[in-house]
Design a protein around this ligand. Structure first.
Ligand code: CA
Length: 228
């Protein structure tokens, strides 16, 4: 999947480029509107991340021009302005989603994935599951059996990552980069604390435990071995 970021703030742009690259995307970054517009018109991108406030031509103009040229590429725009008008304007111009700055990387990543899924295959992947645990990706809800489980956004992202890659041991560093907006030093226990909280919600009251600790490696979600 190939993404284009148009963002004039060097630090933000670089941060996004790095994070999305680490998440497995091929990423181009443009620091101004005109270059970004040119790349978007000529390149073959699966998704555009478009800052609204740019020094030359703004995000609206880029989006409008793309749509007028019949470019159907999926667009997520970033806006520092929080007025309803801006959001409506972007969506009217044909943006697929927006995110208000400042945002956390995990949320951006989740939006990007949702948008790409939606554009790739509109009818599928609305949910993920393992055993009786089910995640409703559109509404960010989780349940085990018929019991609704209340999760914070961060907990949901963490659980989504684990379920999406079920059966795979995920190192703490990978969890940190994908769920949090920064890399943690290996000695911090933020991930362990988050996993403990998540376990308290999805495993403690259920006989079948899904989250597994793989000593010295990390965490995974999986069905226990058949024989017991
Ligand atoms: Ca800007």
């Amino acid at each position: 999947m190939k993404l284009l970021i148009v963002e004039d703030e060097a630090k933000t742009g670089e941060y996004l480029r790095q994070g999305l690259s680490e998440a497995g995307f091929i990423v181009d970054l443009s620091h101004n509107g005109l270059d970004g517009h040119h790349l978007a018109m000529t390149g073959d991108y699966d998704l555009l991340i478009l800052d609204v406030m740019l020094p030359d031509i703004d995000g609206w103009q880029i989006l409008q021009s793309l749509r007028e040229a019949g470019k159907e590429v999926t667009v997520l725009y970033l806006t520092a302005r929080e007025s309803i008008d801006d959001r409506v304007k972007g969506l009217e111009l044909g943006a697929d989603d927006y995110l208000v700055k400042p945002f956390v990387f995990a949320e951006l990543l989740a939006r990007v994935r949702t948008l790409l899924r939606r554009s790739a295959n509109p009818a599928t992947e609305l949910s993920l599951s393992i055993a009786d645990l089910e995640l409703d990706l559109a509404r960010h809800r989780a349940r085990r059996g018929n019991k609704r489980i209340h999760l914070t956004a961060k907990e949901f992202s963490l659980l989504e990552l684990l379920v999406r890659r079920q059966g795979e041991v995920l190192p703490r560093s990978l969890i940190a980069s994908q769920v949090w907006d920064m890399n943690f030093d290996s000695d911090t226990n933020v991930i362990d604390v988050a996993i403990r909280r998540l376990r308290g919600k999805i495993d403690d009251n259920f006989e079948l435990k899904l989250i597994q600790t793989v000593r010295g490696m990390g965490y995974m979600i999986d069905l226990p071995d058949e024989e017991a």
